[in-house]
Design a protein around this ligand. Structure first.
Ligand code: SAH
Length: 397
């Protein structure tokens, strides 16, 4: 086995089971080790610390897999880790009202670089690193063995692969492609998901519980679902008795799928809903000028901060949309506002929303604090895995 040696005094995070080893902490890498290989990490004093896979091209040069010296990284290892992740979702799998959820949440499930989502009988896998790319056929085979899916779609079309020297891959990792969008069920509502062409792996599974939480405030309400994608929040809002929903998104394709999702659940896409294609920043400004009002506004924007340098600009963008949304709410209106930027902490996000409330001259009560679903766990040794936060607020004054 090839080895890497850490710089003196850099073993603390490894001992604390943080799964990442950055280039700056590494003193030496065996010349014989090939990128993608499994390596043993040693302290500067020669103590064995952990085992993981290597990629010199990445800032994160090693992703750690095991802290047990006797544990080899073989087929049985990957099977055990997958089984553990799947077992962690047993309660979700047993719920007949939901059949789409995340099975493997990468680092947080002890499987750095691997995401697996379940959509009914189908699986979607995403391989984010070279170390996972190397064992992809094995992982696909194990997933077939453990889950017997109708097929496994690979959606490794994510920018982070570039940092690993990998190109995007979209296709079938097992079986034939689904004939069209796949129908899933979430809390008893039906949705069409385009596994091969949709955003992310097809659906924003991390918002599942939040869609239900937000819906519980929507009875009789005029709801604006901003950054709607395929209308997940809208369908749940109507199911909970909303008077009317407006889906607003820059993607026409997403809105069209949103209309089909409304019809699929027995709602009238014309009488009970409206789809608006446009840029949320601009459209909300126009509606403010026109004194448009909604009782409930959902803001679920894409990730605004991709790096530390972007945090300030992201904060301004979050403040901007939250301020606009508050101005479109009557006294007592409800704002459900989210951020999926991991670099914007829950604390900072609350401060941003507070800043918006000051500028809007409105008093805002936090009613609920939300985060990513239970199938997107956060490992205490890897706080970076926590990224989604949301506030349900009552906007008075
Ligand atoms: N709430 C959705 C997920 C939203 S993902 C759900 O529950 O499924 C973010 C969405 O914002 C994407 O659909 C993307 O097309 C859209 N989007 C990104 N930037 C936008 C902008 N400036 N204006 C409008 N929509 C935007």
């Amino acid at each position: 086995m090839s080895t890497i040696t850490l710089k003196a005094g850099r073993e603390k995070s490894v001992r604390n089971r943080h799964p990442w080893l950055f280039s700056g902490a590494i003193q030496q890498i065996d010349a014989a080790a090939r990128d993608g290989d499994t390596v043993d990490a040693y302290s500067n004093t020669g103590q064995w610390l952990a085992r993981g896979y290597l990629n010199r091209r990445s800032q994160i040069q090693v992703r750690l897999l095991s802290w047990q010296e006797s544990e080899t990284i073989d087929e049985a290892f990957w099977r055990r880790r997958l089984q553990r992740a799947i077992a962690g979702r047993a309660a979700l799998a047993a719920d007949p009202s939901t059949n789409a959820f995340r099975l493997v949440h990468a680092e947080s499930d002890g499987l750095p670089g691997l995401v697996v989502d379940r959509y009914g009988d189908w699986l979607v896998m995403q391989c984010l690193t070279l170390g996972i790319e190397r064992v992809k056929p094995l992982l696909a085979r194990l997933l077939v063995e453990l889950c017997q899916p109708a097929g496994i779609v690979e959606r490794s079309d994510v920018d982070v692969r570039g940092k690993e020297g990998l190109r995007p891959v979209v296709g079938m990792a097992h079986g034939a492609a689904p004939a069209g969008p796949v129908e899933i069920m979430e809390h008893g509502q039906r949705f069409l998901v385009d596994l091969l062409g949709g955003q992310k792996t097809g659906f924003y599974l991390d918002q599942r519980q939040n869609r239900q939480r937000v819906a519980s405030y929507c009875q009789g309400a005029r709801v604006l679902n901003a950054f709607s994608y395929s209308g997940g929040f809208a369908v749940h809002a109507l199911a909970a008795g909303a008077q009317r929903v407006t889906n607003l998104d820059s993607s026409l394709e997403a809105l069209e799928l949103g209309e089909r999702n409304l019809a699929l659940n027995g709602f009238d896409p014309d009488a009970q809903a409206e789809g608006v294609v446009g840029d949320v920043f601009q459209v909300l400004r126009g509606w403010r000028a026109a004194e448009e009002r909604f009782d409930v506004i959902i803001l679920d924007p894409p990730k605004f901060a991709h790096s530390q340098q972007q945090v300030d600009r992201a904060a301004r963008a979050y403040k901007d949309i939250n301020l606009l949304a508050m101005q479109l709410l009557p006294p007592g209106g409800l704002l459900a506002t989210f951020s999926c930027s991991g670099l914007v902490s829950a604390d900072l996000f609350q401060k941003i929303v507070f800043g918006a409330s000051v500028d809007a001259g409105r008093e805002v009560q936090v009613i609920e604090r939300l985060s990513q679903g239970t199938d997107h766990p956060v490992l205490l040794s890897f706080p970076e895995g926590e990224y989604l936060k949301g506030l349900i607020c009552r906007v008075t004054g």
